[in-house]
Ligand binder design. Structure first.
Ligand code: SAM
Length: 213
């Protein structure tokens, strides 16, 4: 990141709410103990997810890709009183860490964890959602989108993370790796999908906001 963007991000964080202390602890523990800690949403994106959720006030949220639970906790903060967030994670070794912080954050009774492949579990959960956060395997984004589409209420929202893929979407005309290909395919499909409204926020690694018409 250039000095300019580093300083701007620092300024933004200094003039936004501080990272919640439990989330800061989860962030530290993830960095110390878990592989690929850069996958965690982090302070700025986490606060934005929380705000988006608080604006929508969903009854039902679905998250694809829990990792250590950072974004699940942020999104759960916007749920209605009796709302539920279902979060799907393929790596069950993360369960203890996720549960520890979901409990510490006081959202335990609002979060239901599912371990397994999101592509199999979405139809099994079989609920209608107000908000879906797509943040699992980048190679599978289009599959998740096609599977989850029928489980999003009309007027409901989907968010897709990492859609700029570290800028590779503009650096490579023909991507040579499956992750970049997956993001390309997803972005191109979405662009032509008239069933939804969409806009990409240039936040962190790119976050698409999608509204089902
Ligand atoms: C980018 S991380 C999620 C980060 C988390 N949402 C956050 O913001 O802190 C992606 C997660 O998706 C999980 N994952 C990958 N493929 C999956 C699949 N098919 N179904 C469910 N989870 C999957 C990975 O194990 C990983 O923990």
């Amino acid at each position: 990141m250039s000095d300019f963007y580093f300083n701007i991000e620092e300024y933004i964080l200094n003039h936004s709410d501080k990272e919640d202390s439990v989330l800061a602890e989860l962030n530290r523990e993830t960095n110390l103990k878990v592989l690929r800690p850069r996958m965690l949403s982090g302070h700025l994106q986490g606060k934005i997810l929380e705000m988006i959720s608080k604006m929508i006030r969903p009854q039902k949220i679905l998250e694809l890709g829990t990792y250590t639970g950072y974004s699940a906790i942020c999104l759960a903060k916007g749920l209605q009183d009796k709302g539920i967030l279902h979060s799907i994670e393929i790596n069950d070794e993360l369960e203890d860490l996720i549960l520890k912080y979901i409990e510490k954050s006081g959202v335990k009774n609002k979060v239901k964890l599912h371990f397994g492949d999101a592509r199999t579990l979405i139809p099994q959960i079989n609920e209608m959602f107000d908000l879906v956060f797509i943040d699992a395997d980048k190679r599978e984004y289009l599959e998740y989108y096609n599977i989850v589409f029928d489980y999003v209420k009309p007027g409901g929202f989907m968010l897709a993370d990492n859609v700029l893929w570290s800028g590779k979407v503009i650096e490579m005309e023909t991507p040579d790796d499956d992750y970049t290909k997956g993001i390309f395919e997803f972005n191109d499909f979405l662009k032509n999908d008239d069933r939804v409204e969409k806009v990409i926020l240039p936040l962190r690694d790119g976050l698409t906001l999608i509204r089902k018409k």
